[in-house]
Design a protein around this ligand. Sequence first.
Ligand code: SAH
Length: 202
Amino acid sequence: MLRRDIEGRGVRDARVLEAMASVPREAFVEPDHARQAYADRPLPIGMGQTISQPYVVAWMAEALELTATDRVLEIGTGSGYAAAVLSLLCEEVYTVERHAYLAAGAGERLAALGYGNVRVRHGDGAGGWPGRGPYDAIVAAAASPRIPDSLLEQLRVGGRLVMPVGSAGARQQLVRKRRGADGVTEEGLGVVRFVPLVTGDG
Ligand code: SAH
């Protein structure tokens, strides 16, 4: 999968490829789906949610341009798989998940597998995780028609934010924002399809 689906589709960052090779995806899917864990596609994880496609996890990790001292905020912990990959590329990962069941499962799984630099919080991640910011990088694994201001406010100067922008059920654009000393720039990276970012009461 690594060579065909991830390197083959253009992910080149050696640290990202190494992290993808090291995280056991089968430990993040339900036992019924373990045999498909290395197919390059999303799989159900309960609560109507999915573990992201490995290629997309690698692509987003590369787009974040992480260094070993970075502190990263992730919105949409899901299974914890992407958080595990990110944790190998930076100093600390703070990840927020709105489903209590998924947050608890991911926290237990990450601890059991020894990913000690990941903090999982149950809550609405559209507001970020203010007490721990600002962050060097912010990534959302759920799509929204626009990027919440509160997330951008938690991005430090020099920081990168990567998030799918668009409506639920439609093709979305993966967008990268950079906060420079003079303001925020934006680029489109390509087309993706994510579950929606659900905020407030839905
Ligand atoms: N990164 C995950 C993929 C998760 S899918 C993995 O590797 O498994 C996206 C997740 O975002 C879902 O679990 C969904 O419940 C969560 N989500 C949606 N809206 C959210 C919000 N406002 N705050 C936090 N999590 C949210």
